[in-house]
Structure formats: C-alpha cells, structure tokens
Write a protein that binds this ligand. Structure first.
Ligand code: PLP
Length: 383
C-alpha cells in the first residue's frame, strides 16, 4: 500500500516482522550475533555492519526522503565526515558559503589537510559555473542556508553539477524530510543532522545520509562499516520515536514561526528578518516550488549589539542555546556559537555579525513566545 508521508513517519511499508508483535520496535542492544551454522547468518553478524534497531530507523528515513538507502550516524557531523570520505586528494568541491559553521570547520581544518580544496560560493546568487575546475567533484549546499536563510534552487544545482559529472549534496536539516525532499529534484546525496527535527526533542545526537543510487549506497556503506561512525541502538530507538511526531511538530512549529516573523517585523529594535515564509523574502517563490512549507527557523538583525546581548540575557521561556529543531524555542548567537570558527571575513560577508540572532521556533503557545520576546526586548532597551 502506498502511503502518505505522515503515515510513513509512523509505519514502514510492508513492515510485519516486529518480534512478538511489539508495537514499538525493540532496542537490540547487542554488539554481535550467533551464527546458525558454518557459513550461515541470520542477516546480522556484527552491529557495526548492521543492527536491527538501526536498520529499522534507516528504512524509515530512506522512505521519508524517497531514497533507496539511508545510513544512520551518531551525529550530523559524522554523517558529513563520512560523505567527505568519498573524495580523494586533488578533488575540489564548490560549497555554499553560508553553511553551518561546523561543516565549514570540517572542510577547512580536516578535509583541506587531506588534499581536498574548496571554493566558498554564494550559490543562491552567484554564477556557480564560474567556479568549476577540471577536478570539481561536488556541489555542497544547504537550503535554507544556516543562518542567513538563502534559498538555493536544488533542481538547477543538480543540472549544473551533473553537466560536470559532479554530485549534488544537500544538507536538508533545516526543513526535515517532511517539508523538502532534495532527491526528487535531482540531488545525489541528502544529509541530515538528525539531532534537530528528526529526533525533535533536544535530547539525542544523530545524523543521516540518504541516497537513491545503488553504487553510491555501496560506497557509503563500505566507508561506514569500515570507519564505524554509526548511531547506537538506543539512540536509534529514540530517533525512531521522535520521527513518529515529525509531521505534527513541523506543522505547529512553522505556524508559530510565521506568526513570530511577522511580529518581529513590527518591532522598532529589529533591522531585518530573514524568514522564507515572508512574501518579501527573495527565496519565497522558489521555496514554494521545491518545498512543502517554509520551516520554523528564522534569523534577524537587531539594531545594536547591546540589544542582541540584552535579548539573550533576558529571555526566560526561550532558551539561549545552540541547536534547533526541538520542542523548545531556542535563540542562538551565531557569531560566538555555531559560526565561531568561520573566518571573520566570511562571517562579515554573509552578515553573521554581532547583531544577528537565530531562532529555532518551538511548540510552545505562540503568544507565550511573543510575550517572552517582548519583555526581553523591553529590558534590552532599558539596560
Ligand atoms: N548541518 C546543519 C545544518 C546543522 O545545523 C548542524 C548542527 O547544528 C549540523 C549539520 C551538524 O549536526 P550535529 O550537531 O548533529 O553533528
């Protein structure tokens, strides 16, 4: 039976093998498996290679992203680091310049020393063709980007990448598979920090790589079982549980985000609001084409550094913390948190300054969130 995405968050298609009819798929907390006989296997030999709880989660995530295979890792960064193992010394990648700071740190401080080179490009606005070299093997993007919320045309990027026999890699963390499926628009590899919307409760680190192509799946599977960055059975179970409510969480969070973005626009301490759900956002129409919603992440510049600090110090319900995608609303200060290790030059170019705040809108009552922002802004103005 072909089912809709809300159903696939909860039920795997053709899933009949839960032991003892357990409704919640069990945690197989085992490192290894007994063989029935010489040369025989139950299908599970050693948990670095395959574990039933992880396998169950991977099938769910593959189905949500319309992929053929998914790989579950201990964090988003271990997912990205695994994908980077596809490349060899001498390879070159074009990467969106406004990426999660940890991805830029990985490229600059780990992959570069292994002989891989990068061009940081404003992919949403520049002519990407100009940056291709003989040895360019991939374009790496996020859309929306973190934290400036640029929207990149996935289909166009896939066409350009493929014309050069390169891969398109999309970090889909900010929207989750509930709102966007980059493989449907030609992307070759989708990545998630499952720590965010997929697990959804700010309690578990996880990461995913999803592909359609069998050859790519084989390569990634080989790297994974060789280097061992996979998620533990217990964490896999937690993420499976989180995904069951993904659709309802995303709907409420994005409704709240839309209300907050519009409210922020009217506040005198706000310089500008970056939320693609606003009709004035330059990526609004493109987003309608390639996503099923606008998500619950937004960022905004306030007028002064004093106001930015004052808001962070005075919020009460909203937490001043790094991360996103959980039930709790969080405010992040990209300058000193997520993007602290990005060069000042790149931060300044992108607008990641002392007046930028990023908000992950949660599931609290939106009036309570706004009241908290309001009182924090008032106090920030007084101090
Ligand atoms: N990708 C994006 C867009 C992120 O925001 C993050 C973390 O914030 C990551 C990847 C890394 O994920 P993790 O923290 O699970 O390693």
């Amino acid at each position: 039976m072909s089912t809709k995405i809300e159903t696939r968050c909860i039920h795997l298609e053709n899933d009949q093998d839960h032991p003892y009819g357990a409704i919640s798929y069990p945690i197989f907390q085992t490192a290894t498996y007994a063989h029935p006989g010489v040369g025989q296997s139950t299908g599970f030999d050693y948990s670095r290679h395959k574990n039933p709880t992880r396998d169950h989660l991977e099938k769910i995530v593959a189905s949500l992203e319309n992929g053929t295979e998914a790989f579950a890792y201990s964090s988003g960064m271990s997912a990205i680091a695994t994908v980077m193992e596809l490349f060899v010394p001498g390879d070159h990648l074009i990467v969106e310049e406004d990426l999660y700071g940890g991805s830029i740190r990985l490229f600059d401080h780990v992959n570069k020393k292994n002989g891989i080179s990068f061009s940081n490009v404003d992919v949403a606005n520049e002519d990407v063709e100009l940056y291709f070299q003989e040895n360019t093997k991939a374009i790496f993007i996020e859309t929306p980007t973190n934290p400036m919320m640029h929207i990149v045309d996935i289909e166009k990027m896939a066409e350009i990448a493929h014309a050069h026999s390169a891969l398109l890699i999309v970090d889909n963390t900010f929207l989750s598979p509930y709102l966007q499926n980059p493989l449907d628009f030609g992307a070759d590899i989708v990545i998630h920090s499952g720590t965010k919307y997929l697990s959804g409760h700010n309690d578990t680190l996880s990461g995913f790589v999803i592909v359609k192509d069998e050859e790519l799946a084989e390569k990634i599977g080989f790297i994974s079982k060789t280097t061992g960055p996979m998620i533990s059975p217990f964490d896999a179970w937690l993420v499976t549980r989180g995904i069951q409510t993904l659709s309802v969480r995303m709907r409420v969070a994005q409704e709240n985000a839309w209300t907050i973005a519009n409210w922020l626009l009217e506040q005198d301490v706000i310089e500008n609001v970056f939320y693609p759900g606003l009709e004035t956002h330059p990526g609004h129409d493109l987003m309608k084409k390639q996503a099923r919603g606008f998500g619950a992440m937004l960022s905004f510049h306030v007028k002064t550094q004093k106001i930015a600090h004052g808001i962070l110090e005075n919020i009460q319900l909203i937490q001043y913390a790094e991360s996103l995608g959980g039930t709790e609303s969080l405010l992040t200060y990209p300058l000193t948190q997520t993007h602290a290790d990005v060069s000042k030059e790149l931060r300044d170019k992108n607008g990641v300054t002392e007046t930028l705040l990023r908000m992950s809108v949660g599931l609290e009552n939106v009036e309570d969130i706004i009241l908290d922002l309001k009182q924090a802004i008032e106090k920030a103005k007084e101090n």
